[in-house]
Design a protein around this ligand. Sequence first.
Ligand code: FAD
Ligand code: NAP
Length: 546
Amino acid sequence: MTTQDSHVDVVVVGAGIAGLYAVHRFRARGMRVRGFESASGLGGTWFHNRYPGARCDVESIDYSYSFDEDLQQEWTWSERFATQEEILRYLEHVADRHDLRSAYEFSTRVTAAVYDEDTRQWTVETDTGASVTARFCVLATGVLSATNMPDIPGRDTFAGELHHTGEWPHQPVDFGGKRVGIIGTGSSGIQSIPIIAESADHVFVFQRSPNYSIPARNRPLTPEFVAEVKATYPERRRLSRLSGGGSPYTPHPKGALEVDAAERIRVFDEWWDRGGVLFAKAFPDQTSDPAANAVAREYVEAEIRKLVRDPEIAEQLIPTDHPIGTKRIVTDSGYFETYNRANVTLVNLRRTPITEITASGVCTSEQIYDLDMLVFATGFDAMTGALSRIDIRGRDGRELRAEWSAGPRTYLGLAVAGFPNMFILSGPGSPSVLANMVLTAEQHVDWIAECLDFMDERNACTIEPTSEAVSDWVAECNAKAAATLFPTADSWYLGANIPGKPRVFMPYIGGFGAYSAICDDVAAAGYQGFELDAAEVPSGGGHHRR
Ligand code: FAD
Ligand code: NAP
């Protein structure tokens, strides 16, 4: 097969962690695969987010593929939380090892995917004019890949350097001697601010909402530790797959208020010392019971006060608008201490909002900040953004954007009623961003591959979920979210960061292990909730096996 074949069995859109594994798995089934990637290289998130300080916040030994036992034995991560550069090198190594690049056309954006009911094929169109038909269309377009550039008045008039963390240049960016403004204090801002402050003349942090952040406790991995992990990898992976978040950690068996104060502090100390986003797991009721959440907040807030010398600045860095854990807890290295530096200024946008950006800098209601560089760490149109930028049409010309105008509607996060033979990887309605996304992507792809085996065995031509199954799954996702404190925060999980986006909690919050069990049950029950069309494959319909 060449990448130029105009008809294939499956098109995979996106060459991130999910798309790469999909190509590998589908090829192993003997399918002809063609992949498209808008970037000039592979890696997805780890190709695009090259900002200083970019690292994973799930430990690298867990945030890595499990499908190739030899690979996980041979590859050695150098640090607990690998840098963007190391993760990208790893993904390039995996792609070379399994010859995945040859499936892809890079620098090629998919603009449309249209289902033809007569031929039962998808026609996928791109911005280079390439067009391909395929029996299956798999969207691995990423949940944090469509950047959000807020429409601040005058934004495009800024005359200095302007960068978004999610589209960072490939050449080194020199902060030396420069006055740098950073808008945004989510994970990307909080990871980059300490490093930028090391070499910039001055850093102005434009903070609208403070975030909870826990020191990463990042460290080089010792040979002894690596050997121990490698000796027990299969068990570590098994526990991760059963867990809520895709890592082999389980919360304390009791609720935060079911233990006495001394035990509570001991547990919080333990998870604080463990570091990073894992703190959300200290007690099982932390993100569902307001009282349990309050004690977790108190603990972290006291730590922030210890780290920041100026008590007035410390107060401004402490979130007051959301329960801890209902926005992703940031995993930082030296973030709060950065405010002890003389060359870092916190600009509190709640007190003095940005009024406009000019050629020379940022104006707030109080002051003009002259800047040489402006960094937008303003996040993403998450979960649905990349999908809504493609014109996707199913049966009867049904438009995915219109179908989802009140919020995404999927069955198991995998498939959409009216869009036969289309699968979404790690999308809305799946655990996705609430778990280790390497393992969730593997689970999704494996499930789809087994579903395709099932279809082949029955000579089925198409599969799609019923609208009832979708409605039930959406209701289940909403009910699970409503039982937690998550809907109370203005987070990107709910689309709250994008003006006009419907407020719907998009990921499935019942836990990765529970979700996988549901998917397995659906499969064991003959793909319950799906309709399979067992009619003859039309000529040219592409039920080819190599
Ligand atoms: P992506 O890596 O986003 O890949 C999607 C690809 O599709 C992109 O390359 C994009 O260019 C391409 N694409 C999109 N639309 C089109 C189109 N129309 N045509 C062609 N190509 C298209 N998750 C964790 O579990 N742990 C972490 O530690 C972690 N750290 C993160 C750090 C950062 C800075 C960010 C932004 C996210 C992080 N995430 C983390 C989430 C991360 O996105 C996932 O872990 C994972 O990398 C997603 O892989 P993916 O293949 O699903 O999507
Ligand atoms: P984010 O969490 O959405 O943060 C965006 C920041 O920009 C927020 O502080 C937001 O303020 C601010 N902002 C947005 N629009 C603004 C405006 N018009 N004016 C002023 N401020 C504005 O985005 P992110 O930091 O890129 O992170 C997104 C997700 O990617 C993370 O939650 C995480 O899942 C993943 N990620 C992970 C890591 C990691 O550690 N591995 C690193 C980076 C990203 P408000 O809160 O007030 O809206």
